[in-house]
Write a protein that binds this ligand. Structure first.
Ligand code: GDP
Ligand code: MG
Length: 166
């Protein structure tokens, strides 16, 4: 089984930390010009039963910039083409404006979206529940997976769940 996964989410939620933890084989970046290549492969994870290709989606991470139509369109197209979208958020921060921007981009996408709640090592279970609820109220996620990219807690389970969608 193999498939493509786009990791999206605000800066500092832990996307790079997650990729560094799971990705064995680092792919050399093909181009440094972000607008010329729509999808940037960030890494490939190969297990016994699957190959998971993680890609970046330029255009969805910068809510503070006014995005051109082209950027918005190409981000949306990428999201349609992947097998799973991983929407990563911070366990100790309930939904905010930056998250809503990203969620708006997910409207009309039929691709399954996983809500990945990172940094669970930092929060009390009650606070974690508050964060989860603030997101699940506004979007129907295919899966909700709390984990810690830093210490690896529950990361293996996420990889197994991803494989089910390939
Ligand atoms: P990105 O901007 O989404 O790529 O976020 P980074 O991967 O650069 O992480 C931002 C900060 O959060 C860094 O200081 C990481 O060490 C920290 N971080 C990432 N994942 C975790 C986690 O699971 N637990 C904790 N405590 N810190 C984390
Ligand atoms: Mg990063």
């Amino acid at each position: 089984k193999s498939g493509f996964i786009s990791i999206i989410g605000r800066p500092n939620v832990g996307k790079s930390t997650f990729l560094n933890r799971v990705v064995g084989q680092k792919i050399a970046i093909m181009s440094d010009k972000p607008q010329t290549t729509r999808n940037k492969v960030q890494g490939v994870v190969t297990t016994d039963e699957s190959q998971l290709v993680f890609i970046d989606t330029p255009g969805i991470h910068k809510p503070k910039h006014k995005l051109g139509d082209f950027m918005v369109k190409s981000a949306r197209n990428t999201l349609k083409e992947v097998d799973v979208i991983m929407f990563m958020v911070n366990a100790n921060e309930p939904i905010g404006g930056g998250d809503r921007f990203v969620i708006d981009m997910l409207e009309h996408t039929e691709t399954p979206v996983f809500l990945v709640i990172n940094k669970i090592d930092l929060v009390h279970p009650d606070a974690l529940l508050t964060t989860i609820t603030s997101f699940t109220k506004v979007y129907d996620f295919a899966e909700v997976v709390p984990l810690s990219a830093l210490n690896g807690n529950n990361v293996e389970r996420l990889m197994e769940t991803l494989t089910k969608y390939m």
